[in-house]
Design a protein around this ligand. Structure first.
Ligand code: G3P
Ligand code: CA
Length: 268
């Protein structure tokens, strides 16, 4: 490790199970989220898509093709149709070393089912995906969070973070409820640079940023930290990269292997 990492030893580093413990189990299924908890992830990450009949489901892609045995766009399918699909067998075929018979026939969970299953003991790091494709998804998300008491009567939450690549989507959430902690995701195509002006803008509605780890460096992390913003890069899957991220001063990260990050955090 480098010379500065002990600066953060008194602060809780956030270990986010990316799509659940998706290195070991089919992403965005109940077993993947359960494993994330067992392997000491602090947050369950949930990407949201919305069905034709307006139900929020846990899925990364706009289409069901990659992570189920079906095909088509989520927005063209009803929840009943999505529930017909097998969301686990693809994983067994793609990752035979982690295949389990019980993954066969897993269903795509709704956001409500996930909140019902894991309750208020868990922490949720929820992403509005493709908000331009799903008008109203932010209001729906807040309704569900209120129904499941994840947001209290004063409009506050203890266990939810909301993230998006879409600044517009985050501003919509912020306008609906200015108390919710938001994280601005950013995908860089070339070495990442962020200006004080950008960070001042982000700080008006968000508590932190989530850049792609592959494009950032220590300078980037320090610039963000100088603005007192959190920084949770994605997706960091090797111990070597995890150590580097902590050396640079990140306040958490997204990983498919929360057990590895738990071990690395203990070293620091
Ligand atoms: O939300 C953080 C990270 O998951 C963003 O990338 O494509 O995996 O949702 P993606
Ligand atoms: Ca995500």
């Amino acid at each position: 490790g480098g010379g500065t990492h002990h600066d953060h030893s008194d602060k809780k580093i956030i270990n986010v199970s990316h799509r659940g413990a998706s290195g070991y189990a089919p992403e965005h299924t109940i077993p993947a989220y359960q494993l994330g908890e067992q392997l000491k992830g602090d947050y369950i990450e949930i990407d949201l898509q919305m069905t034709k009949d307006g139900q929020l489901i846990a899925m990364h892609d706009e289409s069901v093709d990659r992570t189920t045995d079906g095909s088509g766009q989520v927005k063209e399918l009803t929840l009943a149709e999505v529930k017909q699909l097998d969301a686990g067998s693809w994983f067994n075929e793609k990752y035979p070393q982690y295949a389990k018979i019980e993954y066969e026939g897993l269903k795509v969970p709704t956001l409500e089912e996930v909140l019902q299953k894991f309750g208020k003991q868990a922490n949720y790091y929820i992403e509005t995906k493709s908000p331009d494709v799903y008008p109203g998804m932010e209001a729906k998300l807040l309704d569900v969070l209120e129904d499941y008491k994840m947001i209290d009567k004063k409009g506050r939450t203890k266990n939810v973070l909301i993230q998006s690549f879409s600044q517009e989507s985050l501003l919509t959430v912020h306008s609906l409820n200015a108390n919710l902690p938001l994280v601005q995701l950013i995908s860089y195509q070339s070495p990442a640079v962020i200006t004080d002006e950008e960070l001042e803008m982000i700080a008006q509605y968000a508590i932190g940023v989530g850049p792609n780890f592959a494009r950032i460096d220590e300078q980037y992390v320090q610039t963000v930290r100088n603005h007192d913003l959190q920084i949770h890069p994605y997706t960091v899957n090797t111990k070597e990269e995890m150590r580097r991220a902590l050396d640079w001063g990140v306040t958490g990260l997204f990983t498919n292997f929360p057990d590895l990050f738990h071990e690395v955090i203990k070293e620091f």
